[in-house]
Design a binder for this molecule. Sequence first.
Ligand SMILES: [Zn+2]
Length: 496
Amino acid sequence: MKIAIAQLAHETNTFSNVPTTVKLFKNWEWDHNERIIERHLGVDDYVGGMIDKCNQLGIEIAPTFSAFTGPSGMITKETYETLEKELITSIQNAGEVDGICLALHGAGVAEGMDDLEGSLLKALRKSIGYEIPIVVTLDLHANLTDIMVQEANALLGVNFYPHTDSHDRGREAIGLLEQIIQGEMEPVIHLEKLPLIIPTSTTYASPAKEINEQCWEWEKEQGVVDCTFFHGFPYTDIPDVGVSVITITNGNSSLAEKVGKEVAKTIWDKREEFRPDLPTPEEGIQQALAKPGFPIVINETSDNPGGGTPGDGTFLLKAMVEANAPKTCFGFIYDPEVAELAHQAGVGSYIEVELGGKTDLLHGQPLSLRVYVKSLSDGQFFQSSPMWRGIKVNLGKSARLQTGNVDILVCSVRAQTFDEQVFLLHGMDVKEYKIVALKSSQHFRAAFQSIAKEIITVDSPGLSTCDFSSFDYKRINRPIFPLDSVHDYKKQTSEV
Ligand SMILES: [Zn+2]
């Protein structure tokens, strides 16, 4: 048995002013053939899981094309066309295969194309037809569409946020594909979409935790292959945005529909619980200083580069510099200009900088600071978080700058902080700080939950704020909760 493996993943924040180009993909990952195996073998991610399971089952792998970049703005038309061509050509070049396993995201948007994944799957079907099964892994933040459901044999989403189970889903996708190829499984997919957008919500806690538990109860039922609660990606102004439930059964469409509607009803009943009341950066710092013990981790959810934001927002950093509390650090802010300045000046020098706030006007002004250059690095390390453990990270030229009591890390690639590696790279032990501030919404929890004495999430204006009323949505399907009051959905689900 021979299976073609490919990855093409992007989470598109359509409110961002940073267009997503081939260059951005090439900065992260743009691999063909054996290079894909080299990069992902032994790594805890989707492709790593696929490789692992193929090797376990003795399946021949045809690695084809893998492109990934961190979340950013709209994918340009030209970039989409290049991506589609690379994917289709690479799969064609693999020769005869029994099945195709794709790691997609589910929240990709290109210019003039709302449904990146649906469009890719359609193009792939046009090329290979409907005889060869295609199984797809998706991010929990996928905005699901009918086209994705029609064109794929199965769609498997991660269950956890942080996405610590991407390796498991990769393995599961290959297992399912093998069963389909052997004729032992005929997946039927039901997509249940809700008129609901929710802010980033960890599955470590209520209400997402309970909803997952309900999904897993259903998976124990005879004939139910998978049941997944997709949170959707709310920072995308497309009609199909929002929460959904995918249920897969072995040939039983009415069971798939029943399960999907049951879970959707639970989500709908809990919709008010997905509305956190978060402190401002200033309030968060005061709360942290009032608490005993350390480290207290403060995460700036409103400027989470993992949700396509600039990563150079200054609201939390400004509040920290002003508070000037002992033993505080910020890791990290995106500013390649300042990182370059620090590298030119060298360790041990003082420099005047205008730090951050350069991408747009939403995330705060640049901070005028005189800083001491404590250390410099190339920004490269291997991720140690249980999420995507082993993947090589390259944040480019990086620097540890000090002003007053605050240690500030500056890097040259927009990315969220997953674990303590970027701090270690600059000689900093996060366990020794009173406050450890970082930019991430939930993924940091996979590594920091066990380190932090407590976690305080702060919100402010930003492209990943939890305050949806600050976005100028023009194209999403209305009504949608919580922007509108929606009455009909409950009635519809309660009839099942
Ligand atoms: Zn996600």
